[in-house]
Design a protein around this ligand. Structure first.
Ligand code: FE2
Ligand code: FE2
Length: 163
């Protein structure tokens, strides 16, 4: 009797243990969203709004990956990013140029590299489907951290000094 009870308890323990491990693995696989913080705000309201919309789009991609529905939404996410690149980069570059920003060409090269990467992602998606979604998310998050929070910030600080 004692052996039977201990066997049952052992099975229950194993089931709970596996379930716990499974949950931990699942949690660790989930993509973390970008939370907008007040310190991300730049002094140009219009630019902030566009950057916030960019973050919303990146978070939408994260949500789609987490819920395994990237393929249903890839094209709309891609179009939102293309719209961001086309409009925001153009306005930003015009402001930088008009303010004689010394790193104008360097900044513009980054924008062009983003556009080229976006087109490459679209081609990769056509060939490989949603397997590229996680890579795209990593690139977009890196862009937020390396370009928006650094390059754009530098440019806005330069322009606000001259204002
Ligand atoms: Fe920007
Ligand atoms: Fe920029």
């Amino acid at each position: 009797m004692i052996i039977v009870i201990s066997l049952i308890l052992h099975q229950v323990y194993l089931a709970l243990y596996k379930n716990a491990i499974f949950k931990v693995m699942n949690l660790s696989e989930k993509i973390q969203y970008i939370n907008w913080k007040p310190e991300y705000d730049l002094k140009l309201v219009a630019m902030n709004e566009q950057h916030k919309r960019y973050v919303d789009t990146v978070n939408l991609l994260a949500e789609c990956i987490n819920e395994n529905k990237c393929s249903d939404n890839f094209l709309s996410i891609f179009h939102r990013l293309a719209y961001y690149a086309e409009n925001q980069f153009h306005e930003e570059e015009r402001a930088l140029y008009q303010n004689n920003y010394p790193k104008f060409m360097e900044h513009r090269r980054e924008h062009l590299a983003f556009i080229a990467r976006l087109i490459a992602f679209q081609q990769q998606y056509a060939e490989n489907g949603e397997t590229i979604c996680a890579d795209m998310f990593s690139y977009l998050r890196e862009w937020f951290e390396q370009h928006i929070l650094m390059f754009d910030k530098d440019a806005v600080e330069y322009m606000s000094k001259g204002a």
